[in-house]
Design a protein around this ligand. Structure first.
Ligand code: GTP
Ligand code: MG
Length: 206
């Protein structure tokens, strides 16, 4: 079974902790008093129905380490440790706040581009808190973010849609993970075969 490390990042008070609790089925209730996350919280859960993205109908199991990162930039010194060996990054922001729309690009540059992750290893979530506007158009984000998948989340309106889309994203992350493992295996085998061939030709030359 694959183990995927997925980071939830983005501006302060955008709903990362609320979404992390919801996705990991943590018992804490949604809503309530705002407690800024100090540094990071790591939530672990297992999902048995991650959809397979490469055509087959089978879904696979996956262990997920969800890193709910604090949005305050005073934690920047911790970012390299958070990013290390992560397989996916979810950027959560409030689509109604211009400051959040602007900040999103910085989170993408720091957490996705810097670690050379592919765009399918990144998901944008425009999180709508209860009582906020329901504009489900694509918000005006920086040009570098136009190719990324964007999901609108509203836990009051359609919580299961958020879960389903997150699992689809996870399916893509696992596919990237298994493909890079296969490439690694192939490169080791190819290297071995080349050495073997060289040894053979050396012994024939003798
Ligand atoms: N009822 C309800 N409240 C929400 C929802 N999303 C966010 N909130 C509230 O908005 C506030 C901020 O949410 P958090 O999830 O703590 O924000 P965060 O992004 O983790 O913030 P930092 O940890 O500081 O980066 C909290 O008071 C939440 O209860 C939601 O879907 N429903
Ligand atoms: Mg938090």
């Amino acid at each position: 079974m694959f183990k995927a490390k997925v980071l939830l990042v983005g501006p302060s008070e955008s709903g990362k902790t609320v979404l992390a609790n919801f996705l990991s089925d943590a018992t804490e209730t949604v809503g309530g008093e705002y407690n800024p996350t100090q540094g990071v919280r790591i939530l672990e859960f297992e999902s048995s129905n991650v959809p397979n993205v490469n055509g087959s109908n089978r879904s696979s199991g996956c262990e997920v380490e969800l890193w709910d990162c604090g949005g305050d930039q005073k934690f920047e010194a911790c970012w390299p440790a958070m990013m290390k060996d992560s397989h996916g990054v979810v950027i959560i922001f409030n689509p109604e706040l211009p400051s959040h729309l602007k900040e999103t690009e910085m989170w993408y540059a720091s957490f996705v581009q810097q670690q050379h992750l592919q765009d399918n290893q990144c998901l944008l979530i425009a999180h709508h808190k209860p009582g906020s506007g329901a504009d489900k158009n694509r918000p005006l984000l920086a040009a570098s973010l136009t190719k990324l998948k964007l999901l609108h989340s509203s836990l009051e309106e359609d919580p299961e849609d958020v879960r389903t889309e997150f699992l689809k994203f996870l399916g893509g992350v696992i596919t990237s993970l298994s493909e890079s493992r296969e490439r690694e295996e192939m490169s080791i085998i190819t290297r071995y075969q080349e050495q073997d061939l060289q040894r053979m030709s050396e012994s024939i030359a003798f």
